[in-house]
Design a protein around this ligand. Sequence first.
Ligand code: PEP
Ligand code: MG
Length: 319
Amino acid sequence: EHARDAAEAPRDAVTRDGRRVEVGANVGSVADARAAAAAGADGVGLLRTEVLFLDRDRPPTAEEQEQEYRAVLDALAGRPVTIRTLDVGGDKPLRYWPQAAEANPFLGVRGVRLSLTRPDLLATQLAAVCRAARHGPVRLMFPMVTVVEEVLAVRRLLAEAAAPGPVPDGLRVGVMVEVPAVALNVEAFLPHVDFLSIGTNDLTQYTLAAERGHPALAALADPLDPAVLRLVAETASRAAGRASVSVCGEVAADPAALPVLVGLGVRELSVAPSAVAGVKAAVRRLDSGACAGLARRCLAAAGAAEVRALVRTASPDGP
Ligand code: PEP
Ligand code: MG
């Protein structure tokens, strides 16, 4: 079965009733990007640029960054690449960028909040993204966004970084939905973004107040908790027809989550390269109408355990 999934992977993943679901890959390097392309990914749904910035004495130059982004674009041979700006915080210290100690780093100055404290460093990254975007389809994405003002601020910096030219025509701009406030307030963001990407790893942590990776909270921090699903549903339904919505957290590769996400209207996923072929094969077994019915029942469930039970009884292979 795995051999057949792999052989079919490069084809579009379309449900039995004809809904296409794009399955991209989460990558952190050019090597990952090549693995993603070989696995049949429809693009890169998340390029974690952190890897370029960690473990060194000075930040990468615009040239170094442009080279890396172009190599990822080349690996994907014309398929879109979503470049996420630097997403670090107090828990991932950088030698050239000392950060104040924080009692709660996950609630502190991280992601776009940190980037906005050093507009010079962000501008360098944005300039590199603009240059790369002249060579292929790039989607620029900002992490840990909480309020609209942050989007306006990064858009101003983007326009400056593109100068003397305009922001490249094909460059799409979007934000991650990782903070519940963004999902709850999504209407306010829609005029300012081309796409939204739901990061369920952080969205789950912030919705359930359960630190990600905390060994004692693994069962509690279930992204299939109905509270998290409601935020996904709200985001997908309000954005429909106005901005594309993807899910790029680990849950996108969970076989139990796939029919629920599709049922909530999600048509783009991004998963580890090794999961691409299996997720595409699973999409081909789904019926989107049956998924929508299942998703409605899941939204009304009392908790994650009930959601998982609903998915199991829907059918062993999804609805
Ligand atoms: C997420 O938060 O779900 C996500 C995809 O980003 P990261 O795991 O890099 O925080
Ligand atoms: Mg995140």
